[in-house]
Design a protein around this ligand. Structure first.
Ligand code: FAD
Length: 410
């Protein structure tokens, strides 16, 4: 055995695929009962529930190269956004996509006219900001680019907190610019069969016998891993492809600590969709607890049984309340948006994900790609090594495979 990969999330699966392409033998050791890590989908009463509201951006460079988009049957969200503010929903669209909507919203309450001009200038100019520019927080960057408090709190904060999973917008502006460009170039999408289709596609291309599920690694010493069962396995290389906090533990503190952004998603079954468009709706009033709402079945109909709709409510951070109390608070807020029908929705499941994304404060993404070498024979990949996203996880998996291949060929 040339290599052992600890973790069968996107980073570990993609690392395996890249090793296989180079003729390097490996086994993936995955603690849970399936592949995908944070990108998994459960089926509950015929509904497809991704483990937390999420989407795939079709412009992700790494995925574009290797994923078979046609087989994933990607269903796009609208690029327009709905913002709940002042007792009604406002539909916002980029002038390039929908000039008439953009013109109408120029005089709406989601920011002053000056804010809207600043936002248009930002959208046009963000490509020109060099990546090596001194980093700052996204909040500082937006303010420096003329976005005033109205547009900040009614649009940018709810939208970006749904992306970064933190409300302070302390995330690196470098990451904001990267994501902003990708949103302009592609569409947020859902595979028709659920987000799990992405890791399943990567896993299907692995050599037979290269994946062991229900196999937790408890320790790594040299290039030997100890399993929770006491079994020990040795290879020429060990790649740690777990989430950041687990990687810090397995690498014995040889990589810097990883702080996490948390989130919760409540999924509801509804007899009718609260709105028909495949569009994300944002809380522009900042009252919470729900920051963003989506109807996955309006994007990809297979997410709900015929004649029903799936509604996903996303809460940023780890709510202190129990599920019943959280459900009551979310329904209270959403009844204000959609009326009494919300009372008839059926709660399907609540997902709470403590480590949903690694937090990337200003400066943390310099260098953009952090080293994947831990010590002789030991490597690390995962979104915390690149950027907290599907693209970041995949990129890090490829980089780890390249490092293993280079070192084994010496
Ligand atoms: C709710 C939510 C919403 C998100 N939204 C988006 C989005 O819209 N777009 C986007 O691009 N990204 C999104 N992300 C982020 C994205 O899902 C992650 O960045 C990416 O999936 C991380 O992949 P990974 O392989 O690095 O880690 P993981 O997916 O965490 O995989 C690590 C694997 O290691 C396994 N493991 C851990 N410890 C051990 C051990 N000791 N032994 C063996 N195995 C172990 C775990 O079981 C897991 O399978 C979201 C994440 C969440 C949770």
């Amino acid at each position: 055995m040339d290599a052992l990969i600890v973790g069968g999330g996107l980073a570990g699966l993609y690392c395996g695929r890249e090793l296989a392409r180079r003729g390097i033998t490996f086994q993936i050791l995955e603690a849970s009962d399936g592949v995908g890590g944070r990108v998994r989908t459960d089926t509950v009463d015929g509904f497809r529930l991704d483990r937390g509201l999420q989407n795939y951006l079709s412009s992700y460079p790494e995925g574009r190269r290797v994923l078979d988009y046609a087989a994933l049957d990607l269903r796009p969200f609208d690029r327009a956004l709905g913002v709940w503010f002042g007792g009604k929903m406002h539909r916002l669209a980029a002038p390039t996509d929908e000039p008439l909507t953009a013109l109408k919203s120029a005089f709406g309450p989601i920011g002053s006219l000056a804010d809207k001009l600043a936002a248009a200038k930002l959208a046009a100019g963000v490509r020109g900001v060099p990546d090596e520019a001194a980093d700052e927080s996204t909040l500082e960057f937006l303010k420096a680019h003329g976005i005033g408090p109205r547009m900040l709190d009614r649009l940018f904060r709810p939208f970006l907190s749904a992306v970064f999973l933190e409300r302070e917008l302390s995330t690196s502006a470098r990451f904001f610019r990267f994501v902003f460009r990708l949103f302009a170039e592609g569409r947020p999408s859902l595979p028709a069969g659920g987000m799990q289709a992405i890791p399943d596609q990567l896993a299907a291309a692995l050599p037979p016998g290269s994946l062991r599920l229900n196999t937790a690694v408890s320790e790594i010493s040299g290039t030997t891993v100890a399993l929770a069962t006491g079994e020990r396995l040795t290879a020429k290389a060990v790649v740690v492809a777990t989430d950041g906090p687990a990687a810090v533990g397995l690498c014995g503190g040889a990589i810097p600590p990883v702080r996490s952004n948390a989130t919760a998603t409540l999924y509801y079954a509804a007899d009718a969709p609260p709105w028909a468009e495949p569009m994300l709706l944002l809380d522009g009033e900042g009252r919470g607890p729900v920051t963003a709402v989506a109807v996955p079945s309006a994007v990809a109909p297979g997410y709900a049984p015929a004649g029903q709709s799936l509604v996903a409510a996303s809460v940023v951070g780890m709510p202190a309340e129990g599920d019943d109390e959280l459900d009551r608070a979310c329904r209270g807020q959403l009844s204000g948006w959609f009326g009494p029908a919300v009372g008839g929705w059926r709660l399907l499941r609540v997902y709470r994900i403590r480590h949903a994304l690694p937090h990337h404060p200003a400066g943390a993404l310099t260098p953009w790609e952090r080293s994947v070498r831990v010590r002789a024979g030991v490597y690390v990949c995962g979104d915390h090594r690149d950027q907290g996203s599907i693209n970041g996880a995949m990129t890090s998996g490829r980089r780890a495979a390249e490092a293993v291949a280079a070192d084994l060929s010496r």
